[in-house]
Design a binder for this molecule. Structure first.
Ligand SMILES: [Zn+2]
Length: 86
């Protein structure tokens, strides 16, 4: 059911068993746009892509390293509460 409401994307480190959290797709995009272009391209290359217009329906799983590169660690509101996804 969750997958119908929220489409999930994830960074490449999830398969390696890294620790991480789900982030709101819109916040992820905002964070990406705050980076320099070369940095943004680097981070985006590690996360499965999606249409930007879909961002409100997307949750992005990021490991702590990727979230740190996007400085999403400083944006508690960006983290999706588990209860809202269950
Ligand atoms: Zn990662």
């Amino acid at each position: 059911m969750t997958r119908q409401m929220f489409r999930e994307r994830e960074c490449i480190h999830r398969d390696e068993g890294a620790e991480g959290d789900f982030y709101n797709g819109a916040f992820y995009l905002q964070a990406l746009q705050r980076l320099r272009v070369d940095q943004a391209v680097k981070v985006a290359s590690k996360v499965s892509s999606f249409f930007w217009s879909d961002a409100p329906q997307i949750v992005v799983w990021l490991c702590h390293d990727c979230a740190g590169e996007l400085r999403l660690n400083d944006t508690p509101r960006a983290v999706m509460p588990a209860s809202r996804r269950a």
